[in-house]
Design a protein. Structure first.
Length: 320
């Protein structure tokens, strides 16, 4: 059963829904926020991400997106990370672009990971739509063949070339590079630890890591081990995935950003191995939501009934 999402933001026009059990957890979590903060939520978020007022915020973000940006910042301020688990189409890209605005406004650099290079263009669109691109200084595509397109003009706005990847791998990023886009494939090989790890650790030190489609960085893999070396030095981490955890091997990457103690995490890993009915995952997600460290919204549930049409004549089947 689904119910309409109840936002903290007062913008209005929210359209998302949540499973009823998560709605209860969200409302319990929101009660943990200081009343002074929730009363001035939109004004606070606007200021944190470099807008002059809430009207500027409302121009580019929905109520659902404003809430996730604000909850991410709230967790950052309290030493935690955040997991954005919205269904596709709610606007995770815009949320992440808002968090980029926060990082740059607060003097931090950004390392953005995603699943494949074609998604760089999608995220560039979100950065553009949220007026974030003017804040970027010498952005870098840390990928040997990727191109980033302006979706309005079709022009190439950024591109990676093998020579620049080799040069950066040898000498590191420039001090003025405050935004780097790369994909998980760029750190998946055994040799990448030797050629890229040191310069990426140096870049991520006390800065922001964004892991879009973060389920790609989990499991027993070179990618996960590489990422965990980066999370050890990063001051802020945000994950984005509609399917963030499927089994116990995917829990490691999230350990640094959630507020469960190590013994609880260890027990969770053991129990998840036998969680065939997904009950424990639901309980874990519920508890993370209550702690304001996990947030999910979905589209309106489909209304209507199935209608079965029986057609035995082959020539009539093409009509259906």
């Amino acid at each position: 059963m689904y119910v309409p999402y109840q936002p903290i933001s007062k913008k209005g026009e929210e359209t998302a829904f949540v499973p009823i059990e998560l709605q209860e957890a969200q409302q319990q979590g929101i009660k943990l926020l200081p009343s002074k903060l929730t009363t001035n939520w939109d004004e606070w978020v606007a200021k944190e991400i470099g807008f002059n007022n809430k009207e500027e915020l409302f121009e580019v973000f929905s109520a659902e997106q404003i809430d996730s940006i604000g909850l991410t910042i709230y967790n950052f301020n309290n030493g935690h990370g955040f997991i954005i688990a919205d269904e596709t189409g709610i606007g995770k890209g815009r949320i992440l672009s808002g968090i980029c605005r926060w990082a740059i406004t607060h003097g931090k650099k950004i390392m953005f990971f995603t699943e494949r290079e074609s998604l760089f263009t999608d995220f560039w669109r979100d950065l553009n739509d949220t007026k974030t691109i003017p804040l970027l200084e010498k952005p870098v595509v840390f990928h040997g063949t990727a191109k980033v397109y302006d979706q309005n003009t079709g022009d190439v706005v950024l591109k990676g070339v093998p020579k620049s990847v080799k040069e950066i791998s040898k000498n590191g990023f420039l001090p003025e590079n405050n935004f780097v886009m790369t994909s998980y494939s760029q750190i998946s090989g055994k040799t990448h630890k030797e050629t890229k790890q040191d310069i990426m650790i140096d870049y991520c030190n006390q800065n922001l890591i964004i892991m879009d489609e973060s389920h790609n960085g989990t499991g027993d893999s070179n990618t996960k081990k590489f990422l965990m070396s980066l999370t050890e030095v990063s001051s802020n981490i945000v994950f984005s995935s509609a399917t963030y955890i499927k089994d116990e091997s995917q829990l490691d990457i999230y350990e640094k950003v959630i507020s469960f103690d190590s013994s609880t995490i260890k027990l969770m890993k053991k129990l998840l191995k036998s969680d065939e009915n997904m009950i424990l995952r639901k309980v874990f997600t519920y508890e993370l939501t209550k702690k304001l460290q996990f947030w999910r919204r979905e589209h309106a549930p489909i209304e209507g009934d199935w209608k079965t049409v029986l057609c035995e004549r082959y020539e009539e089947q093409s009509k259906y």
